[in-house]
Design a protein around this ligand. Structure first.
Ligand SMILES: [Zn+2]
Length: 389
């Protein structure tokens, strides 16, 4: 019953409109089991009619579990006034063996939750991925979509993203949800997690990225997060999806459904790993023998570029880029001046480890497809050499 006490005390301190503050609350609950009774139903209006559009309100198990992991208590009148909609779904869920209840979830993001013991609480959460057929009937925030299905690439995402909830029985759908759940990514590719701060730079977002095959770890070469952000604000600049500051703060800087330019010209996977046919290796070796470094780098990349993953390394087109704030400074190594990146610090490595773990689970990326930048592109070898995960 600890859970209910927390909920009720929060109800008094969180006003509805302090959504930003609510987003940073550590979730104290995780849906373990979920049952969906009905989907896309409509309340009968005063005139006795039902809204047909409500059929389009079809939240998935993943979306519902995410909702109940994150929703916070609001005053009951929110359900009947500012976020009123006739479209709803019903079901039940368990947070653990003792705690759970039945729910009625409205497409506007309001829900009524009745605990097994009988207490009823009204919940609210805004950042949901489902289609809300009545979105235009209440005041929208500027980032909310109105009137149409905004998640056009939902089919692609179904393939890419792991579902934290698995269907256990099909007669009455009961979903078992994994603990811990994976990162929740909204329909514009932004992560919704307490540990990640959003600071998106549209200018570093490129073409659509439908598939994630790998993760590439970088160091910025600059002294601070701000110095990287200043460059990201410039259209010509390259960028990555995440940036880890000196104190371990993680920023998401680009949508995960968009490419960002963080890898330039690929090295030959065949030549480096020798895991390819004899003919392929012969061809790769001949390219490596080109005398001019510039020409060789370009020729090898042009050849790799035509290959499909995993014959080539993952790069900007299919890899998530993580930048770690860190300078490169001239050092004398064996009588030669070399630019050496500063060591990745403890907080940065802890943040990197957490982020990579979450991304691995969410996108099904194998640990063997996570690279330091110089492993896949001819680069200063000290870049991210001290990063660990
Ligand atoms: Zn790099």
């Amino acid at each position: 019953m600890e859970y209910q006490k927390t909920l009720l005390s929060k109800a008094m301190i969180i006003p509805l409109l302090s959504m930003t503050a609510a987003c940073h609350l550590e979730p104290e609950r995780k849906v373990k089991e979920l049952k969906i009774e009905v989907n896309g139903f409509s309340l009968v209006s005063a005139e006795g009619t039902r809204l047909n559009d409500c059929k389009e309100f079809e939240p998935t198990a993943q979306q519902i579990a995410h909702y109940f992991n994150r929703a916070y208590p609001v005053e009951r009148k929110v359900m009947t006034t500012s976020r009123y909609t006739p479209c709803y779904a019903t079901g039940s869920l368990k947070f653990d063996k003792k705690t759970g209840g039945t729910w009625t979830l409205y497409s506007s993001g309001v829900a009524s939750f009745e605990f097994i013991r009988g207490d009823v609480v009204t919940l609210y959460y805004k950042d949901n991925q489902w289609f809300d057929p009545t979105a235009c009937t209440y005041t929208l925030d500027k980032d909310e979509q109105c009137g149409s299905h905004s998640n056009t690439s939902s089919e692609t995402r179904k393939e890419t993203l792991a579902e934290p909830c698995q269907l256990e029985t099909t007669s009455t759908p009961i979903w078992k949800c994994q603990e811990p759940t994976m990162l929740f990514i909204n329909n514009t590719g932004l992560v919704d997690a307490n540990r990640i701060k959003l600071n998106i730079f549209p200018k570093i977002e490129r073409e659509k990225m439908d598939k994630v095959n790998g993760i590439v770890v970088h160091q910025t070469g600059g002294p601070s997060a701000q110095s990287a952000f200043d460059l990201y604000a410039d259209e010509r600049e390259k960028g990555a999806h995440f940036l880890i500051d000196k104190d371990g703060t993680i920023y998401q800087t680009a949508s995960l459904y968009r490419m960002s330019k963080h890898v330039g010209r690929l090295q030959s996977r065949c030549f480096i790993t020798k895991k390819c046919s004899a003919t392929e290796l012969q061809r790769a070796t001949s390219l490596e023998n080109i005398k001019s470094d510039a020409k060789k780098t370009q020729a090898v990349h042009d050849d790799e570029y035509k290959k499909n993953f995993p014959l080539r390394y993952p790069w900007s087109a299919d890899a998530i880029g993580i930048e770690i704030v860190g300078m490169a400074q001239k050092e004398n190594r064996n009588g030669k001046e070399k630019n050496i990146y500063e060591p990745v610090n403890e907080q940065q490595n802890a943040a990197l480890k957490w982020l990579i773990e979450e991304l691995k689970k969410t996108f099904h990326v194998s640990v063997s497809e996570i690279y330091r930048h110089p492993q896949i592109e001819r680069k200063n070898e000290s870049e991210a050499s001290t990063a660990t995960w």
